[in-house]
Design a protein around this ligand. Structure first.
Ligand code: ATP
Length: 357
């Protein structure tokens, strides 16, 4: 099922405060989109609007090119899973999964044997083939979320809306459920929209990441584009640790304001003038060349240990410390010493808050 959101505006009930402010989003059939953004950005509000759970003041919402039908129609076509999705504790896993089918009007309800077969099919798909007779209390958190997913999929929806479904799970279970979900999405030909706070999860699982801030979409792009070309400093910061350096572009060089950082060349297309450069820790190195006699600042290094194959450090400048890292396999460690300079090997350049190259 495709989803098209056009200029959606939703105000907080009884007030003029905009929870969604002119949001447009196009999700083609079969896409896997992650909605990310800080707390309060409007992710859940957007997901609920797409599910038809809340009204909106302006704009349009089209599913498969059509305005939304009745609530009952939507309930069958859209599967929704929330964080800590409460399964019915007094019902077996099988009954929980069958719920959406059991409550259909008699004329639409499949036969008992067809429902049982569907439940078993979903249990197999969730890799829980023998869990049907168990009660939810007997399952682990990861298993419960898979049952919640099976319940959402029982009526064969074309659209799956997931609001932090793995938020409460431990990181190892979370990682394994992630690849399994991606596989499920592909096998069932679903269109999936996932709200997550976990940037790594979004990058790994989604083919598009939509970044929200204050009720608006600030960028909508494939993960690799987002990292390469974040449209604003906010997106750059939101996607991971970064440092920001103010300076001036002149004669094809970015000359940082701060002592202790080497000037670096910028593309010809960047006009001279004030600029902000942002770089990730792995894009910053220390420079200890012999020509450093002229170094205006001393930089002392504070090692921070190894994470994800990188050895992490902080370099102390005059007024702040800058995180940087080097691959753990590099020969020789960065030495603790004064009189080094920071070398920025790659940076995104922003002028007036917007990416300029
Ligand atoms: N029914 C409501 N009445 C008033 N304000 C609301 C209502 N629902 C949501 N809000 C406000 O709308 C804003 C967006 O909330 P929303 O839950 O969509 O954010 P979110 O991006 O999903 O955040 P989180 O990541 O914390 O879940 C918040 O400031 C929230 O307080």
């Amino acid at each position: 099922m495709s989803v098209r959101v056009e200029h959606l505006v939703r105000n907080a009930p009884g007030s003029a405060r905009r929870l969604l402010n002119d949001v447009s989003l196009d999700v083609p059939r079969g896409a896997f989109v992650a909605l990310v953004g800080p707390s309060g950005a409007g992710k859940t509000t957007l997901l609920r609007a797409i599910a038809g759970l809340d009204n909106f003041e302006q704009g349009a919402l089209l599913l498969d090119g059509q305005p939304m039908g009745s609530m009952r129609d939507r309930a069958r076509k859209i599967g929704f899973v929330f964080q800590n999705y409460a399964l019915f504790p007094h019902m077996t896993v099988a009954k929980n999964i069958a719920f959406g089918l059991d409550v259909l009007p008699r004329s639409e309800r499949p036969s008992r044997s067809a429902i049982a077969a569907r439940v078993q099919e979903l249990l197999e798909l969730m890799q829980l083939p023998d869990a049907g007779a168990s009660y939810p209390a007997r399952l682990s958190g990861g298993q419960r979320q898979r049952v919640a997913l099976a319940r959402a999929l029982a009526t064969g929806p074309g659209l799956l809306l997931l609001d932090e479904p793995f938020g409460a799970l431990d990181p190892i279970v979370r990682r394994s459920i992630r690849s399994w979900l991606k596989d499920l999405h592909e096998r069932l030909g679903l269109t999936t929209i996932l709200v997550t706070h976990d940037q790594d999860e979004a990058v790994e699982i989604a083919d598009r990441i939509v970044v929200m801030q204050e009720g608006q979409i600030v960028q909508d792009a494939p993960p690799e584009d987002l990292n390469r070309n974040p449209q604003t400093p906010f997106v750059m910061e939101f996607l991971g640790e970064s440092s920001s350096f103010s300076g001036t572009v002149r004669d094809g060089l970015m000359v940082p304001d701060e002592a202790g950082i080497l000037p670096f060349s910028v593309p010809d297309t960047v006009p001279p003038g004030p600029i902000t450069a942002m770089a990730r820790p792995y894009e910053i190195q220390v420079y200890t060349g012999a020509d450093l006699l002229a170094a205006q600042a001393t930089v002392s290094l504070v090692a921070e240990g190894v994470r994800n194959g990188y050895r992490h450090y902080r370099a102390q400048l005059l007024e702040r410390s800058i995180p940087f890292c080097v691959p753990d396999y590099t020969e020789g460690r960065v030495k603790y010493q004064d009189s080094v300079m920071l070398n920025i090997s790659r940076a995104r350049l922003f002028r007036d808050g917007v990416l300029c190259v």
